[in-house]
Design a binder for this molecule. Structure first.
Ligand code: MN3
Length: 254
């Protein structure tokens, strides 16, 4: 590990997917916000981390076939494209330099699209968990208190989030973020995410950084096989498998 990267990890400037995805446990890592590149080890390669559950584990809310295609084709595709970018631009581009907060530095939209695709999905998988018995799935702890404080009640939050997700035109993502210590629901188009300093509708480019703690993929590939055009059904199903423990960990992380 080079000094630069070590410094960077120490500073903990960015969301640490390595820690999050590697050890759904890894609080010590999660407490350190670090770069997505931390999971690259020394190989200058982006890596598709293993899913923390089997393809059919999220049924009946998300079906096995959708999970398999989504993970092994779509997400793998973003990873392959990133590695292609790194290997064909090796003279001036290392994977360490490709970070969500830097995408505005790259003229090629391929970096923004594929890095967003990789980052967003890595986060998305960790924010899902099986719920085979269909038990009530509600946040607890500090995140539950914060949601109540910001949105009056969990039901009000759920309604607001579902509406915003439902209204995304075309493909995009719906997020719960922490900004200046406050919770906020935002949406992004395509594979953009809240860490990117790119101009978004109704967003101040120079506003304080937003930390994503909950993510919902609103691309049709996330739900079309099971729900066809009924996006609202997909969103309603998704609430049953939100991994609130992970949301809480991200919320509490510095
Ligand atoms: Mn997707």
């Amino acid at each position: 590990m080079g000094d630069n990267r070590r410094d960077f990890l120490k500073k903990g400037a960015l969301l640490g997917l390595a820690g999050i995805a590697k050890g759904l446990v890894g609080e010590n890592k999660i407490n350190q916000l670090e770069s997505i590149s931390a999971n690259l080890e020394e190989k200058d390669k982006f890596t598709l981390l293993p899913l923390p559950y089997s393809y059919n584990a999220l049924e009946p809310y998300i079906d096995a076939q959708t999970m398999e295609i989504h993970y092994s084709k779509h997400h793998q595709g973003y990873v392959n494209n990133l590695n292609k970018i790194v290997s064909t631009n090796i003279d001036y581009l290392s994977s360490d330099e490709i970070k969500c907060t830097h995408v505005d530095k790259f003229t090629s939209p391929a970096v923004r699209n594929n890095l967003g695709g990789h980052f967003n999905h890595t986060l998305f998988w960790t924010l899902l968990k099986p719920n085979p018995k269909g038990e009530a799935n509600l946040p607890t702890g500090k995140i539950a208190e914060a949601i109540k404080k910001e949105f009056k009640s969990f039901d009000d939050f759920k309604k607001d989030f579902s509406e915003k997700a439902g209204k995304i035109f075309g493909s995009g993502w719906c997020w719960l973020v922490v900004q200046d210590g406050k919770l906020k629901i935002i949406t992004t188009p395509n594979q953009d995410n809240p860490l990117m300093k790119v101009q978004q509708e109704n967003e101040d480019l120079f506003a304080p950084q937003k930390k994503p703690i909950l993510a919902l993929d609103i691309w049709e590939h996330a739900y079309y096989l099971k729900h066809q055009n009924k996006r609202a059904d997909y969103i309603a199903n998704w609430w049953n498998i939100v991994n609130w423990e992970m949301v809480e960990k991200l919320f509490n992380s510095k």
